[in-house]
Design a protein around this ligand. Structure first.
Ligand SMILES: O=C(O)CCC(=O)C(=O)O
Length: 295
């Protein structure tokens, strides 16, 4: 580790996970930080979110690719847009804040952390939706979408732009589910939260709603089952999920039970390959976040 990175850790020692916090994460599959982000970073991210939805970009995605995800034509539904921090600088300021990746490194025991991808999330208030509209995030694991990754120990930082709790549809975790020995496959896009009943015959299911004050964030293991319920507040829930990979993560060919080869959008968005495979160390798509790049 560079001297600058060591000094950074020493200077922010009171904001990083303690040994007990790391043990909690290893045991439970999630952890909630103390408030570690300055309000100005979150104010800036809010501005970036508005600019993103207005179609205002600072640059194109690497390789000039088109952006998928929510557009105004989709209307009042859960807005999910991946890679937003690669095109709007205010969102990059939040995503690349060194404390986030430093916490992830400590929790996961990785020396190096790179961005896998981000996910800008906007959950409208339930009362603003057309009759019967649902904006829950269905129970799922991140791992089920990341089969092309060699690492099964990736971590997500989920950063709300304001206080969150049960009332405004905070993310919820199934305690300890990252240690279940079977492969749970559910569905992010299925808002029916009773899908968790499908695993109750073989697992003890204890759901924890993450109460997170502004400036703090949750971290979860990629095998932890999570989802979120309705937003009963009268304002939209606004957040960004920052999906992170350890330095040694790389592409692996994976075939599902149906024989189909696994695929991830990163496989298309990388601007370079390694041994003929997508290179997940591509600095344009997956910049190193810890130790922080010098300069
Ligand atoms: O925003 C949510 O409620 C869930 C987000 C999520 O699935 C994730 O951060 O991995």
């Amino acid at each position: 580790m560079t001297t600058a990175a060591k000094e950074f850790l020493e200077h922010h020692a009171d904001l990083l996970p303690t040994e007990e916090d790391v043990a909690f994460f290893v045991n439970h599959g999630y952890w909630i930080s103390r408030p570690i982000l300055p309000p100005a970073v979150l104010d800036t991210a809010e501005r970036g979110m508005k600019r993103f939805y207005a179609g205002d970009r600072d640059q194109l995605l690497p390789g000039g690719r088109a952006h998928g995800g929510w557009t105004p034509e989709h209307g009042d539904v859960l807005r999910k847009n991946d890679y937003a921090s690669l095109v709007v600088d205010e969102l990059a300021t939040l995503v690349r804040h060194p404390l986030i990746a430093a916490c992830a490194a400590r929790l996961s025991g990785a020396d190096e952390i790179r961005l896998w991808h981000d996910q800008l999330l906007y959950k409208p208030a339930e009362r603003s939706l057309p009759e019967g509209g649902k904006v829950n995030v269905g129970w799922h694991t991140d791992r089920q979408y990341w089969r092309t990754c060699a690492s099964a120990d990736m971590v997500t930082a989920w950063v709300p732009f304001h206080d969150v709790g049960e009332q405004n549809g905070a993310v919820s975790f199934v305690d300890g589910s990252h240690r279940w020995d079977d492969d749970v496959v559910l569905d992010f896009f299925n808002p029916d939260l009773s899908t968790l009943d499908n695993v109750r015959d073989r697992h003890e299911v204890s759901v924890v709603v993450a109460e997170i004050p502004r400036g703090a964030m949750s971290f979860h293991h990629c095998r932890t089952v999570h989802g979120s319920g309705p937003n009963l507040a009268d304002y939209p829930r606004r957040s960004i999920a920052i999906h992170l990979q350890p330095g040694d993560n790389h592409f692996v060919e994976h075939h599902g039970a149906d024989g189909k080869q696994a695929w991830h959008p990163n496989d298309e968005y990388v601007t370079r390959t390694s041994d003929g495979h997508p290179d997940y160390t591509d600095p344009l798509l997956c910049p190193r976040l810890w130790p922080p790049p010098v300069g």
